[in-house]
Write a protein that binds this ligand. Sequence first.
Ligand code: OOB
Length: 543
Amino acid sequence: MIPAIQQWPSAFAERYRAAGYWRGETFGGILRQRAEHRPDHTAIVEGNTRWTYADLDARVDALARGFTALGLRRGERVIVQLPNVAPFFSVVFGLFRAGILPVFALPAHRVTEIVHFANRSQARAYVILDTWDGFDYRALAAEVKEKAPTLEHVIVAGDDAGPFTPLADIEKHEGPLPPEPASSDVAFLQISGGSTGLSKLIPRTHDDYIYSLRGSNDICELDENGVYLGALPIAHNFPMSSPGTFGALYAGATVVLSPSPSPDAVFPLIEREKVTITGVVPPVALIWADAARSGGHDLSSLKLLQVGGAKLTPEVARRLLDAFGPVLQQVFGMAEGLVNYTRPDDDEEVVIHTQGRPISPDDELLILDDDGNPVPPGTPGHLLTRGPYTIRQYFNEPEANAASFTPDGFYRTGDIVLVRPDGNLVVQGRAKDQINRGGEKVSAEEIEDHLLAHPQVFDAAVVSIPDEYLGERTCAFIIARSPAPKGVELKKWVRDRGLAAFKVPDRVVFVDSFHTTAVGKVSRKDLRATLRQRLLDADAAER
Ligand code: OOB
């Protein structure tokens, strides 16, 4: 049995409703309204596919019926692992309309991660695309199905479903529509970056998420004339909701999908579709800045270029301003809730040097020292937050909940920030044992556990090392047993354990010991910090 999800305490819920944040809207309901208001306006563009709002709404009705006819019921979970393709929206909104919860996996996830999501959420179905980017998701699904006992259905978008159910068959069902969910219901499960081991599932309600969309649209000035380009994988929270593709649909705007964030794919789309807003991670922004300077495409429709997911350095921010003009916006957010933006009318200094300020006047921020006391204003400290779109607990994670949330409901972000006198936040670092690899999050503990499973590994510690392009990369320190394995063997080992490629250590360093102190009791955290410093010193000495 999965423990019930305790939502916000009723006093908070009442306050958020009274303030007009939570308005009783649902995803299925807003799509219907937009389709009635402007049926012929383009909702989704992907390659040669163009769906109007009426097209999308009709597909969503068909799929809500089809998923119900398959036996799926309100409140049950379905893993959705789709890249940037139009059916992402018909599937996800079809599930929303039926009150079934999508669990958002990334295209990069592999068997270990998907099985974990399936088991943790007790998902009954798994939706994939047949193949993408040279990878066969049907083979992955076959493996997943063997290891995830609750999974009954694999549903395949694309031309060849293989042994599984074609999405096109689900879309054919007639019959009555299932009852709409309540706006206070959990709409879906997003996934956390993971800091203590495996990714956790993040329950977001219609009310809270739609409020974050409305707030983001206001800040980003995204209205029904806007065109949002999905360049990053759209299942991630940033391109989904800040304001992202969901914000665009909430606004009644147009969503354009790019199969990849490469300038070759994106720039022609910006020009052709007159894209007004898009969001990328810093390494992608860096490539775009270079490509934009060499010219060749008319990018003048772009009013907002958002950069988030990892720290943007002031140097790169300046390069972006040089290449694109005053359209840069910094975004510091998290799938658990809180999102901060610099504002379009902020001074350049703010846009270059800060990660902005929260969406909501009711986002409460605490900046605490290591002992849990508030720091003096302007001093860096641990960021904790609660508010009208930040979760109060993870899904089915009693232990992690106790560590990640305070008794009065603040989420411990694991980020070290300072708040400037003007209210803007500056991210200074991280207290959590996570590597932020250009926006892709890797849990040190998760990778250590996989390395420790290797028979020739006696001990392992995984840390971040600075990287010019990605910001950070992963380095695994290994104490090997004799005969020692090679670094490449350990990388292959991690990959073969069925993990997303971005989790494979970039560098492997063999050491004789971890030099624990005389007391012998060094925390994992201190150990990682010491090893990291030792390596940086050694690298510097070599130069
Ligand atoms: C976004 O969401 P997640 O859940 O993948 O990762 C959240 C973490 C934050 O706690 C922070 O450590 C880091 O990613 N982060 C940033 C950052 N934006 C996110 N660190 C420094 N500077 C930034 N601008 O990454 C996410 C979700 C919604 C909007 C934007 C990003």
